[in-house]
Design a protein around this ligand. Sequence first.
Ligand SMILES: [Zn+2]
Length: 511
Amino acid sequence: MRLDLKLTGCRAITMDPARPAAHTIGIWQGRIAGLDEQIADLPAAETVDLGNAVVLPGFIDAHTHLAWNGRRSRTVDVTGLTAVAQVLERLSGAPGEGWIEASGYDPRIMDRPLTATALDSVSSGRPVYVADLSGHACVVNTVVLKQLPEITSDGWLTENEQLAARSLRLPHSIEEIITDLRESARQVLSEGVTMCAEAGIGAGLIASSPLEAAAYQRARLPIRVQLMVSATVLQPVAADAADGISRAIDLGLHTGFGDDMLSLGALKLWTDGGMIARTAALSEPYAGSDNTGQLADSEEAMRAAIIDGHHAGWQLAIHAIGDRAIDFTLDAVAEAQSQRSRPDSRHRIEHCGLVRPEQLERIAALGLIPVVQPTFLWSYGDDYSEIMGEKRAPWMYRGRSFLDHGITVAGSSDRPVADGAPLRAIEFMVRRRSSGGRAVGPDEAITVEEAIRAYTLGSAYACHKEHVLGSLTPGKLADLVVLGDDPRTSDAIADIPVLATMVGGTLIPQR
Ligand SMILES: [Zn+2]
């Protein structure tokens, strides 16, 4: 046997407890053929000396938005702007015709709220759509509001109202989406990510087109992708009564369809909003207000989607950020499991942002997987700590208490909502310090190895891929990341250079 590639001079952290370290990695047919002495005598078509670089399994981002992220880079960027005048200046003279689109608006830092009237002054009669950071809100101008006569607003729209405005702009063409996906794939690879789970295609808050899956199929991206399908595309079906399936997507496809490069993942459902827009559903109000956020839909409709999706064979990825949304999710999943037990369904709670202490045991008992975004707290931890107040701030985006309850934690970014770099997230999980230097839930800190595990084996498990991904184990797919330093001993994990990534045995230099 001749290997395709032999990587020598590695300091590999394999994440495989049976063999935690290795210096040489043999690759054949896109898979890891063996480590060290297992392949020492085998010849190789090519040998690459990594010069003592650190090698980890490729990072898996279990919740990201590739199309939205790519699209953002084609819009006017107003990230970090604090004055309405600055936003207007950047929007004025936007090239092209038709919609003027901007992104990165942060109402929390503005000198005054941006309004439809203000946008009118620079729109030259074109429709204007300024998306906020979170994807849960936007500001539009009067041209857009006139097409939404049922909505009364000064321009600021959240959740379903925002969805109504966005649907005027949609769909994007398959070609446009492919361009956006390729841009995002380039970005994520440069940060060491070799697989992404796309969190909700086909319809809903962040969809691009009802034909979105076609764009992924045609794009042939250099990363692995798993597609979560928005639950709003479930349709009533006339299945045999013995199947017990009342709603499905066309052809009855569900979680697991596809191959190792592109597959169908979970069914994505939304039960509340987000903390940036103050729409995450809480059991007690946001600090200093009487606002408790909002559920995404009627409880009846959300419960029906959870139960129907469960019966139709889907893994569920349920967006729940506030503790009230998590209560609802726990009840609905328990009901679905009691109707038909699916022990390895691996239903997920996307974000799982605010978890009261007594909710931990229920999450564990139901086998739910929190898919957390540590960089939310790095970017927004100061603000979130204020709006949660002293008692609740330590309960946000937990780490230690999930692990102590035997819960699998999956790492993710929600890119482009927050910084997508896994090393930034891993640093936060270990240090629990916001970008402003504030300690956010320091008792939830986990070790570097546990944080790496969340972003490799943990997220692989959340995507039903741990048998082929997540560790450098002979037989698994050859996905890895080559780093300039060891995160276990580094003082600045987020700054460690990503030297190369590998997907399916193809080494892609990043520097
Ligand atoms: Zn998301």
